[in-house]
Design a protein around this ligand. Structure first.
Ligand SMILES: Cc1cc2nc3c(=O)[nH]c(=O)nc-3n(C[C@H](O)[C@H](O)[C@H](O)COP(=O)(O)OP(=O)(O)OC[C@H]3O[C@@H](n4cnc5c(N)ncnc54)[C@H](O)[C@@H]3O)c2cc1C
Length: 465
């Protein structure tokens, strides 16, 4: 792509990835981001002395594309991946704590011991779960029928009790899919469980950042993009995308320019739209994709994070999942946030939070502080020094049955125009992994098309492949 120009719209993980890949191929790349920072939906901000992530983010060892990006950014030492999957799960109604963990055995035996000892299900439920896991493992992810059924219906057909759904399938599924089994497509759920739990024994080991997300997705990304020669325009919104008269694309920008004027990027060879689906719908030139209104049908699902700072330590592990409580997952954020002193900072990650996302802070406080006392005995009598929430109403697309045909591929019908974003057709739910995969796919398609136009080997390979 030497001598070619590219504009990437959107500086989330998809856009960062696409920009790096296009710059690697020799294009002169401009990355345009409306906000004052890179990182999109996975970012952090300062609140007093505290670094706060907009939402707790975790990844799995099987997230190879996201881990590849972390490696490229030189920040693998700033994340931690469990040596072996270990998720402590406490039921507040019985007070018992068990764990979902793996042994050093081949799949699916790696989970068998943990399931056998899991205190939150009966023996009959565990046996039925083992049978369902084997059936799930046998599903063909390429079968389009999987997208038409709900995961909940499939689980019931495979003998899963409401308790097994709560204590196991939804415990993992709600956090990864951002929807309950009843609201999830079987295709996406099967993808998550097959890849995460039933592929390689280490696939589900959990990873998370040891620093605020912004240190990875803004600071390190900005440094690497600049090193790769990418021009970064922050606080700059793309307002329109058109065909340029002499060929290529015309990208219109509205930014915080001192003269108040707008800037045009003219005759751009390649544009990657790495923005949320609603924004892409507004920017796509007519005829670029089939039935663009489908982008709006994809819908959104919210995630709420409840942040609580205690005056003492109340949680004795990095994280804990809860049953029998509105609390879903609790993370210890103390070290990441820079909190000093004897206190502890907890973040509650509440996925599929449609019923709570708009509740006033005071009501959430009334709901969650007593729940935390039920879940964490040490919280009883501890002082709360801060309580606040972060709300992401459009955290992910809704992974509902029927969502697969609504997700477009990277290549559009407009030559030189590509789509990226966790919501595009990656086969993954809306995750950091999906975002990075989509950025790779868009840049890969652009590189192949330009190589094809130039008549080089990469182009013919892509056309025949
Ligand atoms: C609270 C929360 C918790 C989550 N937890 C997890 C988790 O644990 N694990 C996981 O893997 N994923 C998680 N996710 C999902 C993950 O963050 C996203 O899937 C991923 O970051 C999406 O990246 P993206 O680049 O596709 O899109 P985005 O991050 O949405 O990036 C799009 C960018 O485009 C910019 N933009 C929009 N319009 C314009 C315009 N006109 N001009 C210029 N720029 C524009 C936006 O400002 C934004 O920066 C979570 C998300 C949230 C919100």
């Amino acid at each position: 792509m030497n001598g070619r120009t590219a504009v990437v719209v959107g500086g989330g993980l998809a856009g960062i990835t696409a920009a790096l890949r296009l710059a690697d191929a020799g294009a002169a790349v401009t990355l345009v981001e409306a906000r004052p920072r890179l990182g999109g939906l996975a970012f952090s901000f300062k609140r007093g002395d505290l670094w706060v992530d907009n939402g707790q983010h975790v990844f799995l060892r099987c997230c190879t594309a996201y881990r590849g990006l972390l490696q490229r950014l030189g920040v693998t030492d700033q994340v931690e991946i469990q040596r072996r999957l270990d998720v402590p799960v406490r039921d507040v109604t019985t007070g018992r704590t068990g764990s979902l963990s793996r042994a050093g055995l081949p799949v699916p035996l790696h989970l068998a011991k943990s399931l056998a000892l899991y205190p939150h299900m009966s023996t009959a439920e565990k046996l039925a779960t083992g049978r369902a896991a084997l059936a799930l493992r046998g599903l063909d992810l390429e079968d389009p029928a999987l997208d038409r059924e709900s995961f909940g219906d499939w689980l019931r057909r495979h003998g899963q009790s409401p308790r097994a759904v709560d204590a196991l399938w939804d415990l993992v599924g709600v956090a990864t899919l951002n929807a309950t089994a009843d609201d999830s497509s079987l295709a996406l759920a099967a993808m998550v469980f097959k890849t995460g739990l039933l592929s390689d024994p280490g696939a589900s080991d959990i990873g998370f950042a040891k620093v605020p997300l912004g240190a990875l997705h803004h600071d390190a990304a900005e440094t690497e993009l600049e090193r790769a020669g990418v021009r970064i325009l922050l606080r700059t919104k793309v307002t329109q995308l058109k065909s340029a008269e002499g060929g290529g694309h015309r990208v219109e920008l509205a930014g915080e320019r001192l003269d108040g004027g707008s800037e045009l990027l003219e005759a751009v060879d390649t544009v990657v739209l790495a923005v949320p689906q609603d924004e892409a719908h507004g920017l796509l030139p007519p005829g670029s994709i089939d039935r663009p209104e489908r982008l709006l049908e994809l819908g959104h699902a919210p995630i709420l994070n409840v942040h609580v700072v205690y005056d003492r330590k109340v949680l004795d592990r990095p994280f804990l999942a809860a049953l029998g409580s509105p609390v879903q997952w609790v993370f210890d954020r103390t070290a990441h946030s820079g909190l000093r002193g004897p206190g502890q900072y907890l973040a509650l990650s509440q996925s599929a939070a449609q019923d709570e996302i708009d509740l006033p802070v005071a009501e959430l406080r009334r709901r969650y502080l007593p729940e935390l006392e039920r879940l964490l005995p040490a919280a009883r009598g501890a002082g709360v020094t801060e309580f606040f929430v972060t709300r992401e109403r459009t955290a992910t697309f809704a992974p509902a049955p029927g969502s697969a045909p609504l997700r477009p591929a990277a290549r559009t019908r407009t030559p030189g125009l590509y789509l990226a974003g966790a919501w595009t057709a990656t086969g993954w739910p809306a995750t950091m992994e999906s975002a990075v995969r989509s950025g790779n796919a868009a840049a890969g398609a652009a590189r192949a098309d330009l190589a094809g136009a130039d008549g080089t080997a990469a182009g013919s390979a892509s056309r025949t492949g």
